[in-house]
Design a protein around this ligand. Structure first.
Ligand SMILES: Cc1ncc(C[n+]2csc(CCOP(=O)(O)OP(=O)(O)O)c2C)c(N)n1
Ligand SMILES: [Mg+2]
Length: 817
């Protein structure tokens, strides 16, 4: 039997634990608040460029952190510093290092100074590019600035748990999941829920029934714009009520809570986590009555647009103030009449608050010193070199001025250092002395250092870099086995699904019917509806799904039904997928493969080949344009050996053409960044890709008839393009260049021209003007004639090449017109 005294002791211990936790939470909130207050000052005094902080949102984040477990993922936005601090993934010093853009990944683990402060991340990868054990750490996918841009990826992060729990083939991937118990936590501001991406994600997560907890931090504003202009009924939970699950239908669990109510928040977050984690049901938590004590960001002041009443209300409802009041008022009386309190008097809290302030002040100082020390040492080297150069130069007075101006800058940057030293070079261009070489070397090495800091990790630089994957040619059996090309796709995907347990393929019509062109025919039946699945019509979140799944160790192949509709997904590819590795300094990756089909068909929205638009937007993603299905299948095989994201565009009019079926399906590999010369020739180099290649090949025969022997190069890979610089070797032979594609004028053809003429120095070999032949500026009109008069035809190509030859030798090639 338990004695009465034991009960008391137990209670006492329990209460002490509780008290410790509450006071620790309050301390974190205070530290976070002090960071926001001091952070704003750092921006306003010019030490940092821009500040956007988490003040006014502290308390719900403490509750979220308590419910957040190792293995879980966050996909959130710039208000979440308190959460990151509460899970132990952000210190005050790191917070300031990010604000100052300290380029050392150890100082600013969020992005090595590449992102604005307030964009949070954890490290999923070791330095060598291998995955860490994500089930043993707290995970935050790296934030992006476009509002609601964090939503699509959240869907995939949540869906990964569902796949790991239900799909046997991946249950050995223990670095990523323990029985699918991980919850993906989204955070978003109230105003950003107006974005389509939010609604698309909400709907898709409800359909998929994934363990996602969506948190809306509602402060009634989006910068200066009030909720009445943002949200119907001014309430996101009100309008999403129809998503509430009931006894008959799946849906969401929806909670509404005030953001200053610590006790309720802790309770609700525990409930929400349990529902999502155990039942795999998505949850919406609408956290209302939050505030912005310092306004939206350092770019303006909220007194301009909030009335006195609102400002007063915000002061009273500041969640940290409210928690403080609660701590002071708290009294628990036991049955025996004992009274428990968190603090004896306000004095205790004042001490805690003072300590928090002191901690942040010194963290700020340390971060600034660490940041500045690196620059200072570079600065003193530069000053010394300028001094020595001045001593030797007849323009010494000008150079000394550069030096003194540099030393007078109160917060010097690398830009100042390089700018001063580079400005010195013209002063000494005609002089020769040893110090000049020292200066030149200083500039070279500073530039190389800057490259490492600001320009690396665009694509994988690890041993898994796709560009390093070795080519393997298709092997054919002795008897020629010609098949419809879509069979090659299908059988290769079959081989892929068999070989790679972690591959999942999904898209509109990709599951049950095996895609609109039957490239996945029968594979859902064979591998189950988790590995080959249908999705709703929602391109942006199909990509987001892929990004999230890839970030949790799966190898998704996300299908966008037609290239024309990729534009719906292009924003998320550009802002999120393409920048992920870069913006985390190589600490996160999403090797997502995007499969689509396009180029030549007929119709304004059924013929697009907007390659220039795409390649200009997705640097960081490989863009591959195979001319046939064997090449395409080989690309998928290559990509699965590497760890870069890629877009593969199959030729829509190629599925029914005959190709020979290789025997090494799933194994042969098309190399990335390598062109293929598909016809040798001597007179002109014609560079093309995708569906126009076949027309060029046809035309080559007609040109032969008139004595013109063209060399045809298949680009195959637009990003990266021709890493071995093979095109220029062809130009050295033919001295003439024509680029043919079906993009708009100045689209991908202009890019190819720049690569070949400028980067590969092709201009040196040219005897005539380098040319492009593209589609018209407008989109492709419908029907055979629409196509003929919109896109380059066989006759257009023939005449263009003939005209180039005519210009060179009018006698031999008489004018056609
Ligand atoms: C796509 C996009 N549009 C506009 C912006 C500029 N912007 C940044 S934050 C913001 C307001 C967001 O308000 P809300 O979602 O309520 O978040 P809060 O800052 O209030 O927490 C806007 C318009 C942006 N970053 N991205
Ligand atoms: Mg808001």
């Amino acid at each position: 039997m338990m004695q009465e005294t034991d009960v008391l002791n137990t209670q006492e211990i329990t209460f002490n634990d509780f008290k410790r936790e509450v006071l620790n939470d309050y301390r974190i909130a205070r530290v976070s608040r002090e960071c926001s207050l001091l952070g704003r000052r750092e921006v306003l005094t010019g030490k940092a460029k821009f500040g956007i902080f988490g003040d006014g949102k502290e308390i719900p984040q403490l509750a979220m952190a308590k419910a957040f477990k190792v293995g879980d993922f966050r996909s959130g936005y710039y208000r979440d510093q308190t959460f990151m601090m509460a899970i132990g993934e952000l210190t005050a010093q790191q917070f300031f290092a990010g604000l100052y853009a300290h380029t050392d990944i150890k100082a600013d683990p969020m992005s090595a100074g590449r992102q604005m402060g307030g964009h949070f991340a954890t490290h999923s990868l070791h330095d060598n590019g291998n995955w860490k054990d994500l089930t043993k750490q707290y995970n935050s996918s790296s934030d992006i600035s476009p509002t609601a841009g964090q939503m699509p990826r959240l869907l995939g992060l949540a869906q990964a748990s569902k796949i790991y729990r239900n799909e046997k083939s991946v249950q050995n991937n223990t670095n990523f999941s323990i029985n699918g118990n991980e919850v993906a936590w989204g955070t978003i501001g109230n105003a950003s829920t107006s974005e389509g991406l939010f609604f698309e994600t909400i709907n898709a997560a409800g359909v998929l029934q994934v363990p996602m907890v969506m948190n809306v931090w509602d402060d009634e504003y989006g910068i200066s714009v009030h909720a009445k202009h943002q949200t119907t009924k001014e309430s996101i939970s009100e309008i999403l009520k129809g998503f509430q699950r009931d006894n008959e239908k799946n849906g969401y669990e929806i909670f509404v809570i005030n953001g200053w109510d610590y006790v309720q928040l802790v309770d609700i977050y525990q409930k929400a986590a349990k529902i999502a984690r155990e039942e795999h049901v998505p949850v919406l938590i609408h956290v209302k009555e939050l505030t912005q004590p310092q306004g939206h960001s350092t770019s303006g002041s909220h007194e301009r647009y909030k009335g006195k009443e609102r400002l007063k209300w915000e002061k009273e409802h500041d969640c940290v103030t409210k928690m403080r009041e609660w701590i002071l008022d708290f009294e628990l009386e036991t049955e025996t009449g004992d009274i428990f309190r968190f603090v004896d008097s306000e004095e205790d809290l004042l001490i805690l608050e003072k300590e928090a302030k002191k901690e942040v002040t010194s963290a700020k100082r340390n971060a600034w010193n660490a940041y500045l020390n690196e620059i200072k040492s570079e600065l003193s080297d530069a000053a010394e070199i300028l001094d020595n150069t001045a001593n030797k130069s007849k323009n010494g007075a000008f150079i000394l001025k550069l030096k003194t101006d540099l030393l007078e800058i109160s917060e010097p940057t690398r830009k100042d250092i390089l700018s001063s030293t580079r400005k010195c070079l013209p002063y000494i261009k005609d002089e020769h002395f040893a110090e000049k070489i020292v200066l030149q070397n200083f500039i070279k090495s500073a530039t190389e250092n800057a490259y490492q800091k600001y320009s690396t990790h665009l694509t994988s630089e690890t041993e898994f870099a796709t560009i390093e994957v070795i080519e393997k040619k298709p092997i054919y059996s002795q008897e020629k086995n010609l098949v419809d090309a879509r069979i090659i796709m299908r059988d290769n995907f079959d081989a892929i699904l068999k070989k790679h347990n972690d591959v999942v393929i999904f898209g509109e019509d990709a599951g049950f019917i095996g895609d609109v062109n039957q490239g996945l025919e029968g594979l859902q039946e064979k591998y189950g509806d988790i590995r080959v699945s249908d999705t709703g019509i929602r391109e942006a979140t199909i990509i987001g799904q892929g990004i999230g799944l890839a970030m949790r160790g799966l190898r998704p192949i996300a299908e966008i039904q037609y290239l024309d509709y990729l534009l719906y997904a292009l924003q998320i590819m550009s802002d999120d997928l393409a920048t992920l590795r870069y913006r985390t300094f190589g600490k996160q990756k999403a090797p997502l493969i995007i499969r689509t089909r396009g180029h030549r068909l007929e119709g304004i929205w059924h013929a697009g080949s907007p390659m220039g638009g795409i390649i200009n937007n997705v640097r960081g993603i490989h863009v591959l344009v195979p001319r046939n299905m064997t090449k395409a299948a080989g690309f998928y095989n290559t990509l699965l050996e590497g760890d870069d994201p890629a877009l593969v565009i199959e030729c829509l009019n190629g599925y029914r053409l005959k190709e020979e079926l290789p025997t090494n399906l799933g194994d042969f590999r098309t190399p990335i960044g390598v062109i293929e010369t598909i016809k040798q020739g001597t007179d002109i180099t014609v560079v093309s890709y995708g569906s126009t290649l076949r027309i060029v090949e046809e035309v080559a025969k007609d040109l032969n008839q008139v004595g013109i022997n063209i060399e045809i190069i298949d680009v195959q890979s637009l990003l990266p393009f021709d890493i071995n610089h093979d095109c220029v070797k062809s130009l050295a032979k033919t001295n003439k260049l024509l680029i043919v594609d079906e993009d708009v004028p100045g689209g991908a053809s202009a890019y190819l021209l720049q690569e070949i003429i400028e980067k590969q120095n092709g201009y040196q070999y040219l005897d005539s003007k380098p040319s492009t032949l593209t589609a018209k500026d407008h989109r492709t009109a419908y029907g055979t004639d629409g196509d003929y008069f919109s896109k380059p035809s066989a006759e257009d190509i023939f005449e263009k090449i003939y005209a180039i030859m005519h210009e060179e030798n009018p006698q031999k090639f008489k004018s056609l017109y």
